[in-house]
Design a protein around this ligand. Structure first.
Ligand code: CU
Length: 195
C-alpha cells in the first residue's frame, strides 16, 4: 500500500500547492487591481497633467542656449510678455518677482493653464511645483530650464488666484527651425532617398 499512500500524499500535496497557487493568484489579482487604483489616486493628487509633451520638455542645464530674464510685478504683468525662441532651443528663464506678493510663471497650453488655474482657485495657497513652472516669493528670483521641441505658440501665465484673470499671461513664439519638419520624430528620412 506504499504506492497508494504515496499517491495520496502526492495528491494532498498537489491540492495544497494548488490552494497556495490560488491564494497567490488572488493576491496577485488584488495587487493588479490596486496598482491602477493607486496610480489614479496619485494622478488625481498631482492634479491635471501639465502635458509637458505638448509645449516642450524639461531642459538640461548643460544644453542651455540662451538666458531670458522675465520680470513679474504686482501690476499682474510679465515683462517681457512676448518671447521668441527657435525650435529646439533650451532656454533658461530667470524669473524675478519684483512685487510684494507671490507670483509664478507656468508654461502650458491654454487648456492646461485654465484647468490648473481652476484648481488653484479651489485650493488657494496650494503649493505646487513642476519642471514647467516656477513659483517665486516677493523679491526673489527663480529659474526654469525648458526645451521648446515644437514650433508654434506656448502660453505662460501666473496661476495665483486672481492673477491669471487680471491678465498675468504671456506667449512664447517658437519659430520652426530651418529645414526641420513640424514632426521630425515621425520621419525616418526614407522618403527623400532611394536604396
Ligand atoms: Cu502673479
Amino acid at each position: 500500500m506504499a504506492t497508494h499512500e504515496t499517491a495520496s500524499a502526492a495528491l494532498v500535496k498537489t491540492r495544497d500547492s494548488l490552494d497556495k497557487d490560488q491564494f497567490m493568484s488572488k493576491k496577485s489579482i488584488h495587487a493588479a487591481l490596486l496598482v491602477p487604483f493607486l496610480m489614479a489616486a496619485t494622478a488625481a493628487m498631482a492634479g491635471p497633467d501639465h502635458g509637458s509633451g505638448s509645449v516642450g520638455e524639461p531642459g538640461k542645464a548643460s544644453n542651455v542656449t540662451r538666458t531670458i530674464n522675465v520680470d513679474m510685478t504686482d501690476n499682474m504683468r510679465f515683462t517681457p510678455a512676448d518671447i521668441s525662441v527657435q525650435q529646439g532651443e533650451t532656454i533658461r528663464f530667470v524669473v524675478k518677482n519684483s512685487g510684494a506678493v507671490k507670483h509664478e510663471l507656468v508654461l502650458g497650453t491654454p487648456a492646461e493653464l485654465k484647468e490648473h488655474y481652476a484648481m488653484m482657485l479651489k485650493m488657494p495657497g496650494m503649493e505646487h511645483a513642476d519642471d514647467n513652472m516656477v513659483s517665486v516669493a516677493p523679491g526673489k528670483t527663480g529659474e526654469i530650464v525648458w526645451r521648446f521641441t515644437k514650433s508654434g505658440k506656448v502660453d505662460f501665465a501666473c496661476l495665483q488666484p486672481g492673477h491669471y484673470d487680471a491678465g498675468m499671461k504671456g506667449l512664447v513664439t517658437v519659430a520652426q527651425r530651418a529645414g526641420q519638419k513640424a514632426e521630425p520624430a515621425k520621419s525616418d528620412g526614407h522618403g527623400s532617398h532611394k536604396h
